[in-house]
Write a protein that binds this ligand. Structure first.
Ligand code: NAP
Length: 334
């Protein structure tokens, strides 16, 4: 074990798009576990869009990261020293150790992972928070029925890729929206969506949606907000359902963007829209994980990871995630 550990702290609150200087890499001595504690060494660090919200002190459902505090994150970590009866050296655990190579824990909130069941990195992706978001948001709010049309934005990403595949498993048509021909090809050919619309191709999005969804749109799983969602919602069917999962197109916005006001359409069409946070459906996660595990083993559910190596790469990779530079679940391998 090296004697020094590294961490990335929030140096300043970004205005607009985060800059590398909003983060600071610090070196610190590897901490020693006290009574009841374990020392965790990070193996995988998850980068997720919600972290942009934690960098801001605007009112939110979650507490912001403080200036000079370690950036928050889910991690897959190895127990390398233990003074806690429940954990032994070598245990692999899901934790929230943040953007750092080492952390102490009293064991609360740690979940042991079995590397024989699935690659441990999946605990941060398809079998973790993004996968649970996709499954529960789609099943509890979207409620897709066989033969219906489900549209999902950010379709090649950690959440969107899973949403469309589950929609297909449930007998619905799945239409993705993603940025660029490579991502769209993957969504259609590898993941088996019925179609994928490249919103960066400069075409009329309304016309593209009407062509891909001749029977209209019954369910919209919204990951991006903004103009993409305006176009989808203009084409929503009577009694449509909208799972409001995220608005990544606006996370770096400094002023609230104006949009068409579609709420009147929702009235006439009896559309039901619900925002949600993955933890709202925590009681469903265990069953969802079991089901998703079966689908992965039988080859019905595919996932893709986008991996960068080393904690020093985390800020750039995170900035890229907010620009759409990632292709799959964004992870840092330590
Ligand atoms: N409610 C919850 O509990 C919950 C939980 C997890 C995630 N989320 C939300 O779900 C969404 C997807 O998260 P994820 O983890 O799956 O991320 P992701 O899709 O793996 O990565 C983000 C993707 O968003 C797209 N994007 C970035 N900027 C955009 C823009 N200006 N306009 C349109 N698309 C843009 C990019 O794809 P393209 O290249 O295709 O544009 C990018 O690859 C996010 O909004 C996130 O905040 C919500």
């Amino acid at each position: 074990m090296t004697d020094s550990a590294r961490r990335i702290v929030l140096a300043s609150r970004p205005v607009g798009e985060p800059k590398p200087s909003d983060f600071r890499l610090e070196v610190f001595p590897v901490p020693q576990p006290g009574p009841g504690q374990v020392l965790l060494k990070t193996k995988w660090l998850s980068l997720d869009p919600y972290m942009r919200g934690r960098m801001s002190d605007a009112p939110s459902y979650a507490k912001p990261v403080g200036i000079d505090e370690v950036m928050e994150a889910g991690t897959v970590s190895e127990v390398t020293a233990s003074n806690n009866d429940k954990f032994q050296n070598g245990d692999i655990v899901l934790s929230r150790a943040g953007w750092q190579t080492h952390a102490l824990s009293d064991g609360s909130g740690l979940r042991k992972l079995d590397p024989k069941l699935a690659p441990v990195s999946t605990a941060l992706g398809v079998l973790g928070m993004p996968g649970m978001t996709a499954y529960t948001g789609l099943m509890e709010i979207g409620k897709p029925q066989a033969g219906e049309t489900v549209v999902v934005s950010a379709a090649s990403g950690a959440v969107g890729a899973i949403v469309g595949q589950i929609a297909r498993i449930k007998g619905a048509r799945a239409i993705g929206i993603a940025g660029g021909p490579e991502k769209c090809k993957y969504v259609k050919e590898e993941l088996g969506f019925d179609a994928c619309i490249d919103y960066k191709a400069g075409k009329d999005l309304d016309a593209a949606l009407r062509a891909a969804c001749p029977n209209g749109i019954d369910v919209y799983f919204d990951n991006v907000g903004g103009e993409i969602s305006d176009a989808v919602l203009r084409n929503i069917n009577f009694f449509g359902r909208v799972a409001l999962c995220g608005s990544i197109s606006q996370y770096n916005a400094t002023t609230p963007p104006m949009g068409p006001r579609l709420l009147g359409t929702f009235v006439g069409k009896r559309v039901r829209a619900q925002g949600f946070i993955v933890t709202d459906f925590a009681s469903r996660h265990e069953a969802a994980m079991r089901q998703m595990g079966e689908w992965i083993r039988s080859g019905r559910l595919k996932y893709r990871e986008d991996v960068v190596q080393g904690i020093d790469k985390a800020p750039r990779a995170f900035i890229g995630l907010l620009r759409g530079e990632n292709f799959g679940k964004m992870l840092v391998k330590m």
